[in-house]
Ligand binder design. Structure first.
Ligand code: MTE
Length: 318
């Protein structure tokens, strides 16, 4: 799908949605957000291989990492090729099936990750060195997008809690803010969609960030992350909708008050700060009670907290 943005924020006649007739900027952003514009616009597939977009930099020999038996899922793992060619990464494209074709110019190495804010030991880390010293493990997690589709993904990474412990948060730190790289020259979706408040930014409560399930993922399917999945490092919190799982993170900041987050700021009535997978709480434009399994097309009931209720209920006083 191509979204061309002419003056006055009107969608082109060729847009995929009938709502596109006359939209103000706010409404355009809401629709462009998730799903509504993503359906069936045709696009020719250029040559290439979505699996060829892995650049492990200095970390190649860290994969595959041992798989954790404690994090199994009772559903089949999504085919790697399908996961690698159906992505949400607006910095490159709003068309899920086109993201992998747009990421070629993105350079994941060298990569610096900072941990700053309300910490006793601010960190400026070379990601290659960090990945080499962290205890990597593979965990198979359910992955549920707010658009009501799901996958099952084998991530490789380490608990975010490990990194936060190194920075030693101060008692007044209550939230963890994460920010994506801001590289318009390498990200055609940033250059082409200046109305979004780049760079992408997300946040968790400190308790969520320290939860055992919360990973900083540096790999997927037994190798380093390919660019379209958020190379070289991204967040994975499997009980939350995909939009919380911020990609290509360059900065982590500990703060005292709840920070703004990308989709919540743009369309607050559709994307709440928490982003927890809750099937009984419908999205204003669709039900969250069930999900379409990418690959098989099967429709399954959505599980509370994406199947992780027993692990995370304590975070929410349940
Ligand atoms: N991170 C950034 N920086 N930009 C994005 O557009 N999209 C989010 C999330 N992280 C997004 C992002 C959404 S909506 C989803 S569903 C997941 O990435 C998709 O992850 P995947 O493409 O690896 O499956």
């Amino acid at each position: 799908m191509l979204i061309r943005v002419p003056p006055r924020w009107h969608l082109p006649a060729s847009a995929c949605t009938p709502e596109g007739a006359a939209l103000d900027r706010r409404r355009f952003l809401a629709l462009a957000g998730f799903g509504a514009l993503s359906a069936a616009c045709g696009r020719t597939t250029p040559a290439g291989d979505p699996l060829a977009l892995v650049d492990p930099g200095p970390t190649a020999d860290r994969y595959p990492a041992p798989r954790s038996a404690a994090h199994a899922v009772d559903r089949p793992i999504t085919d790697e090729r399908i996961a690698a060619s159906y992505n949400n990464f607006y910095e490159f494209s709003t068309d899920k099936e086109a993201v992998w074709r747009e990421v070629g110019a993105f350079r994941p190495w060298p990569w610096t990750l900072t941990v700053t804010g309300l910490v006793r030991k601010p960190l400026t880390l070379d990601l290659g060195e960090l990945v080499r010293r962290m205890p990597l493990e593979e965990r198979v997690y359910r992955f549920r997008c707010v658009e009501a589709w799901s996958m099952v993904v084998p991530w490789t990474g380490f608990p975010l809690a490990r990194l936060l412990a190194e920075a030693d948060p101060l008692p007044e730190a209550r939230f963890v803010r994460l920010i994506t790289a801001d590289r318009a020259a390498e990200m055609p979706g940033v250059k082409g969609q200046p109305w979004y408040p780049w760079p992408y930014f997300e946040a968790l409560t400190l308790a969520e960030a320290r939860h055992e399930l919360t990973l900083l993922a540096t790999g997927i399917y037994g190798h380093a992350l390919p660019r379209q999945h958020g190379a070289p490092v991204r967040l994975v919190a499997p009980w939350k909708y995909g939009y919380k799982n911020i990609k290509s993170v360059v900065a982590i900041e500990l703060v005292a008050s709840q920070p703004a987050t990308f989709w919540n700021k743009l369309v607050p009535h559709e994307y709440d700060f928490a982003g927890n997978v809750l099937p009984q709480r419908p999205h204003p434009r669709w039900s969250q009670a069930s999900e379409r399994v990418i690959g098989s097309g099967e429709r399954l009931p959505t599980l509370a907290y994406n199947g992780y209720a027993a692990e995370v209920a304590g975070l929410y006083g349940a």
